[in-house]
Design a protein around this ligand. Sequence first.
Ligand code: ADP
Ligand code: ZN
Ligand code: MG
Length: 480
Amino acid sequence: MKYEAVIGLEIHSELKTDTKIFCGCKTTFGAEQNTHVCPVCLGLPGVLPAVNKKVVEFAIKAGLATGCTINKYSKFDRKNYYYPDLPKNWQTSQYDLPIAEHGAVEIDVDGQKKTIRLTRIHMEEDAGKLVHSGATIKDSAASNVDYNRTGVPLIEIVSEPDMRSAAEARAYMEKIKAILEYIDVSNCHMEEGNLRADINVSLRPVGQKELGTRTEMKNINSFKALEDAINYEIERQAEVLDDGGVIVQETRTFDPERGVTLSMRSKEDAHDYRYMPEPDLPPIITTDEEIENYRKSLPELPDAAAARLQNELGLSAYDAGVITSSRQSAEYFDATVKEGADAKLAANWIMGDLAKNLNADGITIENSPVDAKRLGEMIKLIEKGTISSKIGKKVFAEMWKNPDPPEKIVKDLGLVQITDTAAIEAIVKEVIAKNEKAVADYKSGNKKAIGALVGQVMKASKGKANPQMVNELLAKNLEG
Ligand code: ADP
Ligand code: ZN
Ligand code: MG
């Protein structure tokens, strides 16, 4: 392709505070419409907002965890626009003095590391939600407004236009999600809209420095939609440019069903919003000491956790990256190792059978029917030789449905590995007697023929014979 794609993301994340940003209303998701509202978040005249301190704390932590500088003097501004989901007719946000600026996070795409710069992180309030009577706004006779979400605290994380592909944009958003989960400031449930992105995409001829004209796709709330929207938009813009056309700066909407982006409206500029300082809220002053205390309170972050898993526990960079990509899976892994399981085996089981079962049943790891303790116990049974890893798969499948400890399951199903020499040798002799051809092949120098015999012995023992002993005893009896 003769164009280079340039991508920048604005990620909105709802903060997991109990109450809204400027009033005491609850932030609980899924409550009955318009039950979590008050004069402040409804924008009635004569009331004053007050900043929720937790919001400032969470925003500062997000800034520190993404390498930002915290602005010790920060303020709120009004972003003015009209829409039914915005009862005040302005959104209280931050304009020229955001809480955090100039950060950077590292991403890894196919082993290729890259730094993505953050322009800023600012705090703002969420708007309400339109509830349409039909499936979409276009085929609805009427729409209701639910103001429960009005005033739910958000941070907006704005990146520099540093990404060059859908894969990089995805890796960046995954990293931001992981960081927010680790520092525990957002639930990051994308399907509930806790985390959503506006995607800005432009093309430029390869080698050109100047940025091309961009389009923006708003409120993308899944990783698949993010990649699909970017890839579609790159192709669409390339076609326009190839045909000698120009890209119009506009806001487009992504239709995930059809996988296409559609023009919505021409893009507004900052001056369209008539930003002005928020007169009802004092500036936010943060001291060096407070910032240091927040810094000290941060937990281990994803990159540090991945480095620990590699350096201290011997995992590969790939495995460490997958395991630490979410806080829940990192915690699950740590708990499995703490139970006494070997780290590499634990990683293999988590990324293998556990991930497969979770996926198939649509369950998240923290709700896994096989918890870290039981997985750790099962891995120890394999390490001790009580069961082989192949039998481990059977035990794991049973554990998925059966809450018993793995040791009991192994006993109840009669899966204990056979390590009794005499018992295995009896099967070996029988197999040798029954398989003249393989035996003759082996004896005439085709050492590979032993594979078929091992298979027969394992089958006859229902997979329970210790494989290493089977190999040794077969070799011994064939030589003899
Ligand atoms: P807004 O969209 O609110 O007007 P900005 O102008 O700050 O805000 O840009 C928003 C996002 O768009 C940022 O993430 C920025 O990196 C990205 N961006 C800006 N210009 C381009 C461009 N030409 N191509 C791709 N992304 C861009
Ligand atoms: Zn309220
Ligand atoms: Mg934008």
